[in-house]
Design a protein around this ligand. Sequence first.
Ligand SMILES: [Zn+2]
Length: 218
Amino acid sequence: MYLDNPLRACTVAELWSGAARGADDAVVVNLGTGVGAGLALGGALHRGVTNSAGEWGHTTLVLDGRPCHCGNRGCVEAYVGAPGILRTLAELRPGSALLHPDDQTATIEALARAAAEGAPDALDVVRETARLLGPAIADLVNLLNPEVVVLSSWVASRLGGPLLTEVRRAVARHALAGPLAATRIVLSPIPSDPVSLGAATFALEGALASAGHVRTTA
Ligand SMILES: [Zn+2]
């Protein structure tokens, strides 16, 4: 077992003790400051030839869209990462009290609290974020035909139920009916703070070591 980055650590944690337990084909969509997709294909973690598989956050969602820190434009991450959601709020509701221009964590937390209470400005931003996530997640469903798509990391955890409901609707508008019918879209049950993830990961490594085998491919 060689857990070399947080994205893959999250994916392994979901496979062994989270929402993807028992699934051979699963996608863990990480929504945090950065955005990526951990891929389990045919029962193994998929790494790619240079170990960079899962950079779904830098696939193009909008041609000639918002600049992304990777140097490209219109990337998924520029819209649904925490700074992207902050920008969406600033565009939709420029004077919103939910907006903390220099603090993405405070903004997401304010949005989450307001959305849970049904505040229209927060729900508009959650809906717009889900509208953008819809085709991007539908691409993963159509391409990989996974059993489960897990929404993970701190933005997904904070926005929770309101985001999940809207994402399910938005994916259904874009994915093919066949693969979509076989796919569950769920929130991660694993706490999103790094300490808990680290503890879960250590437990997994321990279990693997004592079993004397690895499940993932090197
Ligand atoms: Zn990018």
